[in-house]
Ligand binder design. Sequence first.
Ligand SMILES: *Cc1c(COP(=O)(O)O)cnc(C)c1O
Length: 489
Amino acid sequence: MTRSALLTHQTSAHYADTLHEVVERLAARVASVAAPFSGRPRDALARLVADVDLDDAPVGEARALREIDAMFVENAVWFHHPAYAAHLNCPVAVAAVAAEAVLAAVNTSVDTYDQSTVATFMERRLVGWTARRIGFDGGDGVFTSGGTQSNLHALFLAREHALAVHGSGVLTGAERASLQQRLLVVATQGSHFSVQKSALLLGLGEDAVVTVPTDGDGRMDPAALTMTLDVIARTDRIPMAVVATAGTTDRGCLDPLDAVADACDAVGAWLHVDAAYGCGLLVSPTRRHLLAGIERARSVTVDFHKSFFQPVSSSALVVRDPADLARTGWHAAYLNPDDAEEPNLVDTSLQTTRRFDALKLWVTLRALGADGVGALFDRVLDLAADVHRVVDADPDLRLLARTDLSTVLFRYQPSGTSDAEADRLVPEVRAALLASGRAMVAKTVLDGRPCLKLTLLNPDATLDDVRGVLELVKTEGSAHRRRPVEVAR
Ligand SMILES: *Cc1c(COP(=O)(O)O)cnc(C)c1O
């Protein structure tokens, strides 16, 4: 009998051989990566992909796996390389990578107990652990695909809550629709765009996201929040949720959670804290206090795949009151009948079939300890503080914002360079670095002007590594500067 190439009980040696070969090749590659990116041009990469005929005769496993090495691995962006400093991507814990291979091979789906058994308890335990770290005694939650889904889920719960509180009994479709048009979400300009997206997906009105003014660092101004809520109270609109951000994506600043919670409590508004980026502070041995007040939220988004060094995806929505999550269960006779005695996680998830991502965090906490993970995040935050000093002291660079976490917003602007010129150089420097593959930085817009951005999330990157990136920025900046035209004498 020929084997089917699927992972079945007949194929254990084949499985091991195949994975060993891939892992050994990858391990050698990871150790020898010389730059975050190959620098291959976009059209060359597009051609590389387009040239494969997926209807061609099969090439067999060994060759197919070697092909992805040449195509994907060779041209991937390496977040573990110390010159990668663009977005919120982290190098991953080795134990978590191994766990990823385990959960993929077992292929557990955690939607129902009869598909996941002990995995259900492991996920619930981790969610409970996270809830306690937040300060929710007896809180609940569910793993999600990412902060975007966690935020959507939180706002969905807040919407259902608002409809229950402000509607009378079972709503007709028309009553629901008209009530939904009155719901508002209050956030800042610095909140993640998934807040806007969620409002749209949840069928709220077009103007449903109200922006609260911030202080100079982009943190929500609690007095302005109170005023905004007062203004809303004088209309027929309903503040369905206030979204505070614990670590804005661009600036890494934390909204003042305690003061924001005070304002929410005064009007009974649902406080959602988006800690997708700042959640690493939950385990920080030195900086947990920055999250003071998070325990007063009703729901919290955490992205373990950002500041807990987990492979994508690993995220969770955590709620203070388990009843909030339980509010929204759908039941199917074939899957999770509403009289089921078994704990079915699908009852509290937006997804059905769902990865056992929790295994990766489980093994990471067991292997490194919570303090160990927090110490890694601390190292990143210490590095960011040092980089801020270096940029600030460099006459060719302008530091543009403070951070509570690990972003660095700056511009290349040596003396004699106009603002317009410095603005023009931002995308050029970023593109030149990407094209070279030698360093990766991001760009964003701050107060209406473009700027370069580093997001530091690599605990093994040193100050010298980042200095190297800054030198490359300066070299490219200088090369792209418009020299005054030399007048021939
Ligand atoms: C990254 C981020 C998100 C989105 O999370 P994903 O995991 O990318 O979906 C949401 N909020 C904040 C503040 C973030 O930084």
